[in-house]
Write a protein that binds this ligand. Sequence first.
Ligand SMILES: [Zn+2]
Length: 306
Amino acid sequence: MSHTNEQKMDGNTISGVIKNNDESQKIGIETMNILTLNENETSPGRTKVQDLGKKCEAAQVCHHHGLKFSYEGPAGPENWWKLEPENAIAKYGKEQSPVNIVSCECCTKDPEKPTDLEIKYEHSARGHIQHNGHTVQVDWPVGEIIITDPIGTLGKRKVFKLVQFHFHTPSENTLDGVSFPMEGHYVHAAEDGQLAVVAVFYKEGAENEFLAQFWDDMPMKETPKPFELVQDIMSKPLCWDTNDYFRLMGSLTTPPCTEGVIWTLLPQIHSASPHQLAKFKSAIPGKFNNRPLCPLNKRNVVRCCQ
Ligand SMILES: [Zn+2]
């Protein structure tokens, strides 16, 4: 969580260029609402966000506060909630990601309704690639998706611009209990700061044409800032089938694990070559960067298929 370049907080809005790692740019509206909610929280047994910080100060032996998050050790996922006060949602949230998607328990969307994942990407766009210490991320402003009816937020057409994509190994979400060697998160942001992530699973198989466009340029160690790729990345090889997907509400899978993220998971498994998968794995410290599964709780998962 070291990555708020050029970001400005302005009351309840977020503005400026979003160039953080992972989905973590969402420290805007949702986080602030969560903090407000928890400050007013009176139910026993639930620690107020502000108290978490106080407890750290009082004990003076808090080994966690201020540590950079990681995937194992003292700053690992089970302690993310202690690293910063705004991370409390990682422990107390009820709509955390990732989750296991159980297909047979999914409601089916009315097939008469049009797809709620409209993709409007340009032919290509220049990418900037970075190894941020946790993952390899490509900032790629190629266009937008439009979502009109995410669960629980029936409403109007909402535009989410693609900001960046990055990868996890092994996959963070699972499908019917199956984990995949890699998962891509294509992170889109709306003007109000809400995020919509399209998640793509990768299995071992044929070389992935989309990834092949920049895989050779992947930095194998942390880079101080993103660098521009020499060639534009074309969108066509993404090959997403937008007529069949899972939809649910969730969170960032990295601190501060903010909720309110619209997740779209594609059940069509894409392939990547053994070399492509191995290269990404070897770029990641510890060879894995997946947050453990979180409970689904009372969330609905909808399978939208035409
Ligand atoms: Zn991610």
